[in-house]
Each structure stands twice: as C-alpha cells, then as structure tokens.
Design a protein around this ligand. Sequence first.
Ligand code: ARG
Length: 461
Amino acid sequence: NEGALWGGRFAGGPADALAALSKSTHFDWRLARYDIAGSRAHARVLHKAGLLDDGELEGLLAALDALGADVSSGAYVAAETDEDVHGSLERGLIERAGAQLGGKLRAGRSRNDQIAALGRMFLRDHARLTARGVLATVDALVAQAEQHPLVAMPGRTHLQHAQPVLLSHHLLAHAWALLRDVQRLADWDKRAAVSPYGSGALAGSSLGLDPAGVAEELGFDSAVWNSIVGTASRDVFAEFAWVAAMIGVDLSRISEEVILWATKEFSFVTLDDAYSTGSSIMPQKKNPDVAELARGKAGWLIGDLTGLLATLKGLPLAYNRDLQEDKEPVFDAADTLELLLPAVSGMIATLVFNTERLESLAPQGFALATDIAEWLVREGVPFREAHELSGAAVKLAESRGVELWDLSDEDYAGISAHLTPDVRSVLSVEGSLSSRSSQGGTAPSAVAAQLAALKEQLAAA
Ligand code: ARG
C-alpha cells in the first residue's frame, strides 16, 4: 500500500472494495490547482515557523511549480492506486522533490482542513463565473425591455387575464429576481472568504503555523476562529447550492413562460432558429428545447441542494468521511449553471415578440374591471360597493358575449347612477396603464424610473 497517506499501524492494505469506495480522484481532481496553491502557502508558513530552511523551501516551491505545470499539461494524472487528489499530489511532489523533502510538507495540516479550504476556493471562482452568466441574462431581459418600452400585454394571475401590464414591466420582473441572485452570490462570498486552512484534523496545529498568513496568500479575507467548525461545517457549500437552486428556479420560471408564449395558442413570441430545435419526424416542428432543458435542470439543482443537506444533517462534529460527498453536488450545480446560462441568455436576447397580438389581448377577458372599480373609488364610492358595480358590468358584458367597452352609456347608467359616461376614460389600456404610476407600478413613467433603479443596482453588482 505504497501510495497511501497512512499505513504505519496497519498490517495490510485496504480491500479492493474499500479502495474503490474510498476513491475520489475522478471528481476531486479538478481541485488539483487549488491543492497546489495551498501547498505553496503551507510551505511558506512552515518556513516562517522555522520547520523548513531556505533551501528546503526553495526546493519544495520548485517541485510544486513543476508538479503544477505537469498537472496543467496533463503529464501528471492521478494513478489508479491514488485515493484522493491530496494523496496523489503528495506522491507527485515526492517524485519531484524526493521522499526526504517531499515528506515534510504534510506537517501541521490534514486533508480535513485542506479539503474544506480548497472547496471554498473552487466555489468562490465558480460563483464569479455564475454571477457573470446571470448578469448576461439580466442584460438580455433589460435589452428586450428597452426595445419594447410601451408595448402592453395581458398581465395574469392564476394564468387568467388580470390587468394589462407593460411587456417591459413583466420582463424586468424576471430581471430583478435574477439581480437578487447575483447580489446573493456577492453576499455569500463574504462567508466563503474565511479560510479553514490551519485547522488541522480538527484541533489546530502545535507547530506555530500562521493560518491568517495562509488565508491571505490564498485570497481569503481571514481565517476561521474555530478549527472544529473549520473542518466540520459545510454550510457555505450548502448556501452556494441554495443560491444555485434559486437561480435554477428563476430560470425555470422564465422558461415556462417562454414555452407557453411560443405555443400556437399564445403566439406571443417566436424563438430564433439558433435557439430552437426540430423534430426527427415532424418537419414543421420548432421546439423550445433550451427552455425545457432549463426547466428540467432546475430539478437537478434542487436535488444537489437537498442531497447535500441530507448528507449533513446527521453528522456529529468534527470531520466525518460522509463529507467527501459534499463535492459532487456543488460541482454539478456550478457546471449546470455554467452550461445553462449562456443558452438561456441567448434565447432571451433573440426572442421576437408578437407585439400586435400582445397589445390586442391586453384588455381582453375583462382586464379593465379593476379600473372601473378604482375609478368609482376616485368618485367617492366605497370600494366594497365599487367592486360590486364593476362586477355587475362584467356580468352583463359576459352574458352578451361582449367586452366592457362595448356596453352603452345606458347600460352603465342602468347598473348605477355612479357609472356616468366619464367611466370610459379608464376603459382603455393606455388609461389603465398610465393610472398605475406610483413606485413599482406598470405606468410607462413608473417603469422608466424602475429601469433607472435597476440599472443603478446592476452597475454596483
Ligand atoms: N477526500 C476527503 C474528502 O473529500 C478528504 C480526506 C479526509 N479523509 C480522512 N480520512 N480524514 O473529504
């Protein structure tokens, strides 16, 4: 059992079944460059603590450089007998620096503090990539909103026509949700920027190391104040998985709408050829696969989060080997989003809206009934009564198979003396929209203010 990091107290090597079960190089190898960066920092603190002389430090750093180059070029890869990335890289270091020198680096550190630190380093890099992808999606939504500043569409609740809204208002609603996800990633980074390196196996080190120095060299803001939590906690991983799942859910909700909007029945949008697929049998088909895959992959992202939480829930302090299972869910979450986001942002950027249809459907389905009720309120009628009177107008129009604006002045007067011909001022989409002008409303003026506020936050994100 030559390559193993332990063995002194064992009579023989592990059973093949255990070795196979234990192995993680097939997924943790992507942490190799972070492992080597950690080793360089660790060599420096060992030197500072007087445990390596100048020549030894130089020798180790040179060997780590050579190993790093071989890992990047693919000349050095994990061997079948290597258990994990840490053990494999120690083997590679010893091959390059000799057993005498290479064997010194493990002093004062454990794979337990290493893996906790490397995972954070990996996730911090990938959180930045993810944020960039989400921002590109926000940009695509904003660009579409800016191209359609005054187009009305049917706003819905329960998927039923509710009140007219601006298409730009609807698109920006998705943009705000995604912008919050970007802000969440930035806020998460404050907690991820704390280094567990130096926690050792669980209790810290007796060798006079400098965890804060290592943290700084590795780009962290600070080092943990508790070595047990440093090695045993994975809440930072779980929080990343939660934000990733939330992004997945936000993309899935946009996608569900695109799928509906692209149907013959809705006909709100046409998908660009570059972002749609055909059918192997039905020549006419143009399918919204990007949106469907986004909706489908949201399921994986939720699974990554719930799987990780389930792994964590029964663990006593400090490190337990269960924690080796922390990596695949968060790697999958990062990979999934990095694959998905460019496709979704491209799909959104190239959507062509059928603005005439959106405009003509906007007031249909009695979507102006609330406007009648609110007009009555402005005339001094209590809302409870106003709601009744507007409802009576809907009932009458529905029984005749017409819309609210088709009722005559006499029809309205017959319902209530309050319903004077002036009510017609709100029986248009334009009137309805422009009346909703307070902050956050769908009036063109309010949406212009909203866009400016969103852009301000975007610039700071
Ligand atoms: N490969 C392990 C992990 O991913 C780190 C090794 C810790 N192993 C141990 N026996 N203490 O968590």
